[in-house]
Design a protein. Structure first.
Length: 257
């Protein structure tokens, strides 16, 4: 077994720095793609994007993501692959928290700006309370007056708290942007979750997406002629199970040799 970096919870440059600093890592599967192939299935294209990679076979798309949290391997049947695009991989919870905090802060700011509590709170109702002091109610009247003054200044508190909450939302959003990775996103038809494959720095993500689009949706997608080494195997699989059985009898159907 070999070691693979980048299994920490954070993403992007900060995440990789934290992984190196704290020595976080995990074990990586040491097998080969051929170990996962079905009978009659062959590899048509393999696209490496650093530690992670995407393999397109005659039947499925296989994604190996040892540097990402969660599953290290996912498979999608080719008919369910809807699209491939360049995107990002990050902590979605941070993005949701930033949006929620921004909404709360904006509401508080709106209340503080457009609502004047002092206009409808009678802060001067006990301005002439000397008689109450003579009968021993001065302390109670003073407490009520302070409470009314507090209510009258709620708009100012709302502006201060709202501004702080908005600043917190900006901070959380900045953390999300700094810790996310570039990624190849394989869009899956239906309700299944999309396959996200992080891309290392220095890897041409546009070229990786173009390679996958060519083998999945290009003119060679039906025949598998994009790779001279495996094109024949892809054609044989496309002819159906009966042809495969005939090839196996003639000795040409062994795809695992």
């Amino acid at each position: 077994m070999t070691r693979s970096p980048g299994l920490g919870g954070m993403r992007g440059a900060l995440g990789r720095f934290a992984d190196r600093l704290f020595g976080r890592g995990g074990t990586r599967w040491a097998g080969s793609v051929e170990d996962l192939l079905f009978e009659g299935e062959s590899v048509r294209q393999e696209v490496a994007v650093g530690e992670d990679r995407v393999v397109v076979t005659s039947h499925r798309l296989l994604a190996f993501t040892p540097t990402r949290d969660g599953e290290n391997y996912r498979q999608v049947d080719l008919p369910n692959v809807a699209d491939v695009s360049a995107g990002h991989d990050g902590e979605r919870t941070l993005l949701l928290q930033a949006g929620r905090a921004f909404l709360y802060g904006a509401v508080l700011l709106a209340v503080g700006v457009f609502v004047d509590f002092g206009a409808f709170v009678p802060t001067d109702v006990f301005a002439n309370a000397s008689a109450a002091g003579r009968i021993g109610l001065g302390g109670v009247i003073g407490l009520v007056q302070r409470f009314l003054n507090l209510v009258a200044s709620l708009d100012e508190f709302a502006r201060i708290v709202g501004a702080l909450v908005v600043l917190f939302a900006v901070f959380v959003l900045a953390v999300y942007l700094l810790t996310r990775d570039r990624a190849v996103v394989v869009h899956v038809a239906g309700d299944a979750e999309d396959v996200v494959v992080p891309v290392d720095d220095g890897v041409n993500i546009d070229a990786a997406v173009a390679d996958l689009e060519r083998v999945l949706f290009g003119p060679d997608a039906e025949t598998g002629d994009d790779s001279p080494d495996v094109g024949t195997d892809a054609n044989e699989v496309g002819r159906g199970a009966n042809d495969h059985g005939a090839d196996a009898e003639s000795g040409s159907g062994d795809l695992f040799g």
